[in-house]
Ligand binder design. Structure first.
Ligand code: FES
Length: 128
């Protein structure tokens, strides 16, 4: 059975944006799914309350890579408050849809990104 991926999803999978590690990130997260075994790491740089840079590493499926790639493109330049409101439903809509079996990949990407923001906020509290 072949899954129906949009052209945009395939493009982000084949040419992912913002992939890689970051030295001394302001926020970092690691998230995984015990059922499928996929994993994502996010790295954030924040300046003046805005996402200056964001990178990810994926040990996952095509949808995992495509959703993280699109998400990192969209949230760059957003304020922390705006970025926290970015939803998995928006990622899926921006990609032109995902097969229903792959929705959890977008949920994991958004949760992982929010976890990196939470790490940034925690570090901010401790540095005051
Ligand atoms: S199959 Fe689990 S993240 Fe894609």
């Amino acid at each position: 059975m072949a899954l129906n991926y949009s052209k945009k999803t395939i493009n982000h999978f084949l040419n992912p944006k913002n992939i890689g590690e970051m030295k001394n990130p302001d926020g970092y997260s690691q998230i995984g799914n015990m059922l499928c075994g996929d994993q994502l790491n996010f790295f954030l740089k924040v300046r003046n309350g805005k996402i200056k840079d964001v990178k990810f590493l994926s040990f996952g499926c095509a949808s995992n890579i495509a959703t993280a790639s699109l998400l990192t493109e969209k949230v760059k330049g957003m304020t922390i408050a705006e970025a926290k409101k970015y939803k998995w439903e928006t990622v899926v809509a921006e990609l032109g849809g995902l097969p229903s079996q792959k929705i959890h990949c977008s949920v994991m990407a958004v949760e992982g990104f929010r976890k990196a923001i939470a790490d940034y906020e925690k570090k901010q509290k401790h540095s005051r």
